[in-house]
Ligand binder design. Structure first.
Ligand code: MN3
Length: 409
């Protein structure tokens, strides 16, 4: 039985993880849950899953929960997230949104807990700090991003340095790794094929209309700007210890190939499946074993269209790939630039982006203000080594402030 602490249990990844736990009660238990604002959803989850502890957004919400569940350990706010991260458990699923995931993840790693990571901002802003700490503590960092789960699966048994194993046992990480490049796939988002000019007036509603994945609003806007892919390049660099110039973005609108790895002998290994986050969530929670998400195959004449599997005669019949348009989706180059600058530059970019996405969602700025302002913030901010979690959080705050000031908001 694995005890799982879910940070961000009312979001898209959190609720899908709980669905997996509900269907695999012999394997998993949700020992802790957290939400920021969806209190009613959390109350339903507490009733069903009976966790030992929860964390909510505010003191008032904590009081509401306390009245109804007097025996529960209750925490609140950002400090509460760091506190609940200390609870005894086998694995922490970090599905928080944004930079708020960094401090609790670092705390859980420091206590030696394995991490299932859906919060990419943790690695974007704190990549070196977080992965150094994982190695030091022998902690597994299991990716819950579909692309990174794919890369992880392609690397298993092929060079022996998939992140989980490398961090759990640093001695097995060989200096010679036969990886030629990582082919990171991208759906292209709702504005694939558009010109830069034509994106000037796009609305929040248009940007939230993702063609393939149903996700939270922040990541969906990141997909529309393709900053999501930039963040994922940085995430891959840290998870797999591969330099940025060996990470090659391939736009693949069908979202069937979730990423690939090319090896030095010319082999390319891909991981495929229907776009379903339960696959990476299930693998991370049940690692090293796969979860049985499908029923057993029984005969080729079965109606494949309804059994939840990928059918290569229908949705898998035509898989296409194209280069991303970096002149249109400027966030991709900004991400590579921040990695090249190193230190706290990715944290600067991430902080500015998070603030700008929130402003766009609130209707305060235009869509293209996002890439243009991030570039200006990167030009102006002082780049230095990222020394601690506090240092990164200070950088994040400063970058947000500068983004707001630059737009005169
Ligand atoms: Mn992804």
């Amino acid at each position: 039985m694995k005890n799982i602490l879910i940070l961000g249990s009312t979001g898209s990844i959190g609720t899908q993880a709980l669905e997996i736990i509900r269907n695999n009660k012999d394997k998993f238990r949700a020992c802790g849950l957290s939400c920021r604002s969806r209190l009613a959803d959390l109350i339903g989850q507490i009733r069903e899953f009976e966790p030992d502890a929860v964390c909510v957004g505010s003191a008032e919400d904590a009081e509401t929960i306390r009245k109804e569940f007097p025996k529960l350990n209750i925490y609140y706010g950002d400090e509460g997230l760091v506190e609940i991260a200390k609870m005894d458990c086998d694995i922490v699923l970090n599905s928080l949104m944004g930079i708020s995931g960094l401090a609790p993840t670092y705390e859980a790693i420091s206590l030696g807990r394995d991490i299932a990571l859906a919060n990419k901002e943790t690695l974007v802003a704190g990549g070196k700090l977080v992965t150094d700490r994982c190695r030091e503590k022998g902690v597994r960092l299991l990716p819950v991003d579909s692309e990174h789960s794919a890369i992880f699966q392609c690397l298993e048994g092929n060079g022996g340095s998939a992140c989980g194993r490398a961090y759990a046992d640093p001695d097995t990480s060989s200096p010679y790794r036969p990886i030629r490049r990582i082919l990171l796939t991208a759906s292209g988002g709702p504005f694939r094929g558009r010109s830069y000019e034509s994106m000037k007036g796009v609305t929040v509603e248009q940007a939230l209309n993702h063609p393939k994945w149903n996700m939270g609003s922040k990541i969906t806007i990141d997909s529309a700007t393709m900053m999501n892919k930039g963040l994922e390049v940085i995430e891959a660099k840290w998870l797999f210890d591969v330099p940025a110039d060996k990470i090659d973005i391939h736009v693949h609108p069908q979202s069937i190939v979730h990423s690939m790895v090319e090896f030095m002998d010319g082999s390319v290994i891909a991981q495929m499946g229907l776009p379903d986050m339960k696959i990476p969530i299930g693998l991370a929670l049940n690692y090293p074993d796969r979860l049985w998400l499908l029923s057993e195959f029984s005969g080729s004449d079965k109606d494949r269209s309804s059994d939840g599997s990928l059918d290569f005669f229908t949705e898998g019949a035509s898989l296409t790939f194209e280069q991303p348009d970096r002149k249109v989706f400027k966030c991709i180059d900004l991400a590579y630039r921040s990695l090249a600058e190193g230190g706290n530059a990715p944290a600067v970019m991430n902080g500015a982006n998070e603030e700008l996405v929130a402003m766009f969602l609130a209707g305060k700025i235009a869509f293209l203000d996002i890439p243009e302002t991030i570039e200006k913030v990167l030009d102006r901010m002082d780049i230095h080594e990222a020394k601690s979690v506090e240092d990164i959080l200070a950088t994040d705050k400063e970058a947000r402030k500068m983004a707001v000031e630059l737009l005169g908001k």
